[in-house]
Design a protein around this ligand. Structure first.
Ligand SMILES: Cc1cc2nc3c(=O)[nH]c(=O)nc-3n(C[C@H](O)[C@H](O)[C@H](O)COP(=O)(O)OP(=O)(O)OC[C@H]3O[C@@H](n4cnc5c(N)ncnc54)[C@H](O)[C@@H]3O)c2cc1C
Length: 400
């Protein structure tokens, strides 16, 4: 038989796309090489899946073509997905800055996607590997470990490279290469940053401490520019993590320093305004955990120094040390620890109304394999839902 659509990848984007297209009357087959479907959804958001963000908007996405995300997001917004979650009576809550999490488990979202697929009479085969893809005049032909499969539309929803242990692969990039569809360079993003032991040795004793800081990265990033994040920073044994660092990692480039304002929202002048009779580290401990305050003042040999005795010059040095600290990461913790892949299929090669490749009829790319990367906080799933929706409607309504 010739399926209306074969979707390779039964993760967030693939299952969502399959359910919609099936319910719009298309005969859809989903193929996934993993023994268990939706593993990334299951582990997401600490097991509770931060499935969207109330404020999901184009400014929360990185891409070499930042306008591309606008139309899919407008056509299927966070509000639309929230309505679906409500229809399924999945309990959820806003945790922080519009981030919506399941009250119970990420499995609620997986079950919802599978039920949507059942409603659309979608066929799902897994674990199945696709070994070769070719195109004839009328259809796509796939050689798989489950035999030859044929379809009019072929949708690639194989995600990105993070967490290879649960089935991540570069399949999307390989298919793009095979069919001469341009890609942008890829790298781990939303990932902890590592440091050389020289630079970091003083901080290792503070592992486990979290600070509300302000982190800026991307000064040399010509593609995405610079961005500042006011969020928690976590000191670990290996380097820096926590939301502020994960966010900054998407903008950081090798060889560049990140800029840290350890005081976060606290104001240096206000903090030290009535400080004359107090020690520098005591004042600083009003804004920072005591051990961090001690380390940062020790580094300038200002611990136990009375503020009144600190020269004007040293006060300025302290101001810079606290509010414009520069640390040069040695690298990231890589694909094993990254939450997303930055880069992917070049959106200039895709039609934003359909997600179809401009140079190849009836071949589509959706989800994380595309060069659209969200900030931390539910935006990456929202991109999976939005791109899947656009694609599903295209294959249901376009003439093949
Ligand atoms: C630890 C972690 C936590 C995260 N938490 C969040 C969060 O809370 N909120 C958020 O918005 N985002 C989060 N993300 C990101 C989010 O999971 C992804 O952006 C999203 O799953 C992408 O959807 P996708 O369908 O494109 O890819 P995936 O959901 O990864 O699905 C891809 C599917 O393709 C299959 N596949 C891969 N290669 C092949 C192949 N060669 N042949 C056949 N099948 C293949 C895989 O088995 C998988 O089922 C998190 C990511 C990680 C790693």
């Amino acid at each position: 038989m010739i399926w209306d659509a074969i979707i390779i990848g039964g993760g967030a984007a693939g299952l969502f796309c399959a359910g919609i297209a099936g319910q719009l009357g298309k005969k859809v087959l989903v193929l996934d090489h993993a023994p268990v479907l939706g593993e990334k959804i299951r582990i997401s958001g600490g097991g509770r899946c931060n499935f969207t963000n109330l404020h999901s908007a184009p400014e929360h996405f990185l891409s070499l073509n930042p306008h591309f995300v606008k139309s899919p997001l407008a056509r299927y917004s966070a509000k639309d997905f929230i309505n679906l979650v409500r229809e399924y009576r999945i309990p959820f809550h806003e945790k922080h800055r519009g981030q919506l999490f399941c009250d119970n488990s990420a499995k609620d979202i997986i079950q919802m996607l599978l039920t949507e697929c059942q409603k659309g009479d979608v066929t799902v085969h897994h674990p199945v590997s696709v070994t070769h893809i070719s195109q004839t005049q009328s259809h796509w032909s796939l050689e798989t470990t489950d035999g030859i499969k044929k379809a009019t539309h072929l949708i690639i929803a194989t995600g990105g490279l993070p967490v290879p242990a649960i089935g991540a692969s570069d399949f999307g990039l390989q298919i793009a290469k095979q069919f001469e569809i341009p890609t942008t360079s890829v790298r781990p993003a939303l990932v902890p940053l590592s440091f050389t032991s020289n630079e970091f040795s003083a901080f290792t004793s503070l592992a486990g401490i979290s600070i509300e800081a302000s982190v800026q990265a991307g000064q040399r990033n010509q593609s995405y520019g610079t961005y500042r994040f006011d969020e928690d920073l976590l000191i670990t044994h290996k380097g820096l993590s926590g939301p502020a660092i994960l966010q900054a990692s998407s903008y950081w480039q090798e060889g560049e320093a990140i800029h840290i304002n350890w005081l976060g929202k606290a104001d240096f002048d206000a903090l030290f305004s009535e400080a004359d009779k107090k020690n520098v580290d005591t004042i600083l401990a009003e804004a920072l955990p005591q051990r961090v305050a001690q380390l940062l003042t020790e580094q300038l040999k200002l611990t136990k120094r009375n503020w009144a005795e600190v020269s004007k010059k040293d006060r300025e040095v302290l101001r810079t040390h606290l509010t414009k600290a520069q640390m040069k990461p040695a690298g990231t913790l890589g694909w094993k620890k990254a939450e997303v892949m930055l880069g992917g299929i070049d959106t200039k090669a895709l039609d934003g109304k359909t997600m179809m490749a401009k140079n190849l009829k009836n071949l589509y790319f959706i989800g994380e394999c595309v060069d659209i990367t969200g900030h931390l906080g539910g935006h990456n799933f929202q991109w999976a839902w939005s791109s899947a929706f656009v694609c599903a409607n295209a294959i249901a309504h376009l003439k093949s």
